[in-house]
Design a protein. Structure first.
Lengths: 129, 223, 673
């Protein structure tokens, strides 16, 4: 099998996850996208491990070992991440990332104008849902 | 850039296998890959939050199949067990606990979408270009014994990777404790004190949001 | 111990006392008084020992070089000749008296510890100046005295007068110190050394290339320190300090330093006849002007201050005619009786509750309240007026005698013109001195009017010191004028007949004239009882002074200083012989011949105008550019601030976009595309 296939698939999955991280509003969806990125890396690791072990240049199976480690770390990450999201949700009543703007510069940059009418309408829709 | 160019045997092997004459494994890989990629795309674009989690199951499962095709059996089963079995379930729980709307929500994507798309496409183009340029002639020989059978993986893991493995178990333990502490603390606070009104996000948003945000917390605390 | 060790200890002990006093002042108040009094006393004993060992013979010289200091070496050097030995005794003696007196005078002052430490430091600095054989080390003591005088004159810093006076004393003396420093450098460059002995050696061998320039530069510093015309204006204002400080500054330390400095470097000045004439003119103007001003002053301490300026004029006059023996002789005797005058004045101010002579002249029986001060002050005033056989007579006649020698051309140490100038001015000043001394005595002790307020007995420490100081005021001159030449240059200090008769006669004339004028004004006042009636203001002041009769002497003085202005205004019509004697000159003389106004118009206003111009340029012109330069960064900052939305996703997007761009760039470069 051509190595290019898993490599390209991995790159595409990674960029999909990247898009999700940057574009999604809900923190849990962001976590899902992070999972996608991690899996893309895993695929890369496995493919290269198989290639290199066949070529007998690498016998430690480091790629697969690292994949296992990544899976374990991802599990830990998702646990902690969800705990954090839940805590934020309890404190703030929302898990939308773009509403957590405590680090914004100055009070004048925050306000109804910057949030936009669309977002407040969306909030109402969310509240009624 | 041509990483594989000095590898004469591989080059020869790759020369025997053109892109236009794919093997069966390759065809299967491509098809499953398309499904996986499509599921991933839907995951990050769908407006229904629960659907996103379900499409994520499809994508992760597709990846497990890809692992199988790459003869990494053990990884494939671990993938199914941990990701599909536990992580996605956890994510679904998270969605439920934060009262994620069921059904289409128009604001699933933030205003940052176009910037995100630009960055993601640019990154994808750059990565694919580099990867293809580097590995277009590299060939994986999938014949022979499986590269990732349980036996092989276990041997390598417990022969060469024992120490990191143990360290990882400690990390998992720490994550477990951390998750419990984070959840408990929030719970104790919500029980002992009235619903917080000091946060700027809550106080500055509309009253309806405040209501919808506070009540579940109280209910949870009561539970 | 060798003489050198003893001499090093003399300035060191008060310095250590000052340091210990400053350190322990708060934590151990019980040690403050011993630490203040004992070091000057020990210094006095040691200075006397040094003087006995030196004995007016060959000068004691010792020097050590701490570190190489370039082309002109600076060394820690001692140079003790007869002048240094005797002046050191005077300094230590007066300092010890002042410290003892201060324990009584400022016994309730909360700032006494720092005051005593500063007086000790002052003493130490003066002793350093006296003993130093190196001009730079001398300069150190010189400047330390400047800063100490600033702190001590400003002791009552709650009053604006004291603050202004301390600043003025500091700035005016510094105004002289700048040319002084330049002069020192020029001198050292010509002589190749800062050592006084080498400088004098260079002068005698004719290596001094610019004697006039150097002498005039040094003269500016001396004029500032010794309060000579035209830099004397700080001294009358320095009366805002406590009376013991005035005694110290006027008698032994600060003002004596200038005269002593010229005495040490007299050959440098003698090398330039122009400098000697300038010195003589300076002395003459100072003598006569200060005499006239003293006759018109109402504040008893200002009278004494102007008299100090005048007596310093005698000393510089003695130097101007090239006789440093006479000058230092007068310095010694003046130190004794002027310290006595100030300390007695402190007692009188305490007793009367005012420092206004006009107010005292309306008090009856002040002399019975303070008999010690009365008798000792009488002695001191007689010494000041140079009435034989008091000590001032001998020293002043030695100066006049030296001037006569020069004027008649019997010696060529100084130009004849200098001799004539000093002689005439000195005789005129003798008349004026006697006049204002008599006026002071009459107004203070022969007042008629209400009974003086009773403040009880003065502290023993204060009265004993007065009698101790009265002894040298009475007898020093007569006992010492025969033996002193062996300590000094060997020239005869015996009064000559002509100047003695002239000087004493003029002094008697001055005294009698004042007495006559006083009788006349009293008669006039008795005939017109309505005009000089005590005003309401005066009653109030007297009542206030009497309200705390047990108060600390220094408190009464501070009170008196603060109230002086209104009291003086309302009492301007008191019977004052000075007013009659001076006639139309009285008003300018009372204001110090308006020199302060002239200085204000000549220097202060232009400087202030320049300062306001600079301020305008700074705020209107320079700041405009600064604000303009700040506008662009501020705009940029505002623009950048808009990017800080707080949205994490935006940040990460920008970060990753940058990463992609960088990665692509790296790939392109690496692949050579």
């Amino acid at each position: 099998m051509h190595l290019a296939y898993p490599a390209v698939l991995s790159a595409l999955l990674f960029c999909t996850g990247l898009y999700g991280v940057l574009a999604r509003r809900n923190a849990i969806l962001v976590l899902m996208s992070v999972e996608l990125m991690l899996n893309a890396v895993n695929l890369n690791l496995v493919a290269f491990d198989v290639w290199l072990s066949r070529a007998a240049r690498e016998t430690l199976h480091s790629g697969q070992a690292l994949t296992l480690f990544t899976i374990a770390i991802a599990a830990a990450e998702i646990g902690i991440g969800l705990a954090i999201v839940l805590a934020v949700y309890r404190n703030r009543g929302t898990s939308d990332i773009d509403k957590l703007r405590d680090t914004a510069e100055g009070p004048e940059t925050r306000g109804p104008g910057t949030e936009g009418p669309g977002s407040s309408a969306a909030e109402k829709a969310e509240a009624t849902a | 850039m041509r990483l594989a160019s000095p590898e004469m045997p591989l080059n020869l092997a790759a020369a025997q296998h053109g892109f236009l004459s794919p093997t069966g494994v390759e065809i299967a890989f491509l098809l499953v890959g398309l499904v996986t990629f499509g599921a991933a795309l839907v995951t990050v674009t769908t407006r229904q939050l629960v659907h996103a989690a379900l499409w994520l199951v499809v994508a992760l499962g597709g990846l497990a199949v890809e692992y199988l095709l790459l003869t990494a059996e053990f990884i494939a089963w671990v993938q199914v067990l941990i990701y599909v079995g536990s992580v996605v379930v956890l994510l679904l729980f998270g969605l439920m606990l934060t009262r994620a709307p069921i059904g289409r929500s128009p604001d699933a994507d933030s205003g940052n979408r176009w910037a995100a798309l630009t960055v993601a496409v640019a990154a994808a183009v750059a990565l694919v270009w580099v990867v293809v340029d580097a590995f277009r002639t590299t060939w994986i020989d999938l014949n022979g014994p499986a590269a990732g059978s349980t036996r092989v993986t276990g041997e390598s893991l417990f022969r060469h990777w024992v120490l990191p493995f143990e360290a990882l178990s400690v990390l998992l333990l720490a994550a477990l404790v951390g998750a419990i502490v984070l959840s408990r603390k929030a719970k104790a606070e919500s029980e002992s004190s009235p619903p917080p009104v000091n946060s700027r996000a809550v106080t500055e948003s509309s009253p309806s949001v405040t209501d919808s945000g506070i009540h579940p917390v109280e209910q949870e605390g009561a539970r | 111990m060798t003489t050198t060790t003893l001499a090093v200890l003399v300035p060191l002990l008060p310095f250590l006392g000052a340091a210990a006093g400053l350190l322990l002042g708060r934590t151990a108040p019980g040690f403050v008084r011993p630490l203040a009094v004992l070091p000057p006393l020990a210094s006095l004993v040691l200075a006397a020992l040094v003087a006995v060992r030196q004995g007016g013979d060959q000068a004691v010289d010792a020097h050590t070089e701490l570190t190489p200091t370039g082309s002109v070496p600076i060394e820690l050097a001692l140079h003790i000749d007869g002048f240094a030995a005797l002046v050191a005794i005077l300094v230590a003696f007066v300092a010890a008296c002042v410290q003892i007196y201060s324990t009584g005078y400022l016994r309730d002052d909360p700032r006494y510890p720092s005051y005593a430490a500063l007086v000790s430091l002052f003493t130490s600095a003066m002793l350093l100046v006296v003993y130093s054989g190196d001009l730079i080390v001398l300069l150190v003591g010189w400047e330390v005295m400047g800063i100490c005088s600033y702190f001590l004159v400003g002791h009552y810093w709650e009053t604006p007068e004291a603050r202004a006076a301390s600043l003025k004393a500091f700035l005016v003396t510094k105004l002289g110190d700048v040319p002084f420093l330049i002069g020192l450098f020029a001198l050292a460059t010509d002589a190749g050394s800062f050592r006084i002995t080498r400088v004098l050696g260079a002068v005698s061998s004719g290596h001094l290339h610019h004697p006039t320039l150097i002498a005039l530069l040094l003269l500016a510093g001396v004029a500032g320190k010794s309060a000579q015309f035209p830099l004397h204006t700080w001294l009358p204002d320095a009366m805002a300090g406590p009376t013991p400080v005035s005694a110290l500054i006027h008698a032994a330390t600060m003002v004596a330093a200038g005269v002593y400095f010229i005495a040490r470097l007299l050959p440098v000045f003698e090398a330039s006849s122009a400098a000697m004439v300038v010195l003589a003119v300076m002395a003459a103007v100072t003598m006569t002007g200060s005499g006239l001003a003293a006759l018109a002053q109402d504040d008893i301490k200002r009278v004494l201050a102007y008299s100090t300026i005048g007596q310093l004029g005698y000393m510089t006059g003695g130097l101007a005619v090239g006789d440093r023996g006479a000058a230092v002789f007068h310095l010694l005797s003046h130190g004794a009786f002027k310290a006595l005058l100030f300390l007695a004045a402190g007692v009188i101010i305490h007793a009367a509750g005012t420092n206004s002579l006009a107010a005292m002249s309306r008090m009856h029986g002040l002399r019975d309240r303070v008999p010690d001060a009365y008798w000792t002050m009488t002695v001191a005033l007689l010494a000041l007026a140079a009435i034989p056989p008091f000590s001032g007579f001998f020293s002043k006649e030695s100066v006049l005698g030296a001037a006569e020698h020069v004027a008649t051309g019997s010696t060529d140490r100084a130009p004849g013109a200098a001799g004539w100038i000093v002689l005439v001015a000195g005789l005129l000043a003798a008349l004026l001195t006697a006049a204002y001394a008599t006026r002071l005595w009459l107004l203070a002790f022969r007042g008629r009017g209400a009974e003086a307020p009773d403040h009880g007995r003065q502290p023993l420490t204060m009265t004993v010191v007065l009698w101790v100081l009265a002894v040298p005021s009475l007898a020093f001159g007569g006992l010492a004028y025969r033996s002193l030449p062996s300590w000094f240059d060997g020239r005869d200090l015996t009064p000559t007949l002509l100047t003695s008769i002239l000087g004493t006669g003029l002094a008697l004339v001055g005294g009698l004239l004042t007495y006559g004028a006083w009788q006349r004004t009293n008669a006039l006042a008795a005939r017109v009882p309505a005009a000089p009636a005590p005003s309401f203001e005066w009653e109030r002041l007297q009542g206030e002074a009497a309200a705390h009769p047990e108060g600390d002497a220094s408190l009464v003085e501070a009170h008196a200083l603060a109230d002086h202005g209104p009291a003086y205004r309302d009492l301007a019509h008191a019977p004052d012989p000075g007013r009659l004697l001076l006639g139309p000159l009285h008003r300018p003389a009372a204001a110090g011949f308006h020199l302060d106004t002239v200085y204000a118009a000549l220097f202060v206003r232009p400087v202030q105008a320049g300062a306001s111009l600079v301020r305008f340029l700074d705020s209107a012109v320079v700041d405009t550019y600064v604000r303009g330069a700040a506008a662009l960064p501020r705009l940029l900052g505002a623009a950048v601030r808009r990017a800080q939305t707080g949205n994490v996703q935006t940040y990460v997007s920008a970060l990753l976009a940058g990463t992609v761009v960088l990665a692509v760039a790296v790939v392109l470069v690496a692949s050579g595309a």
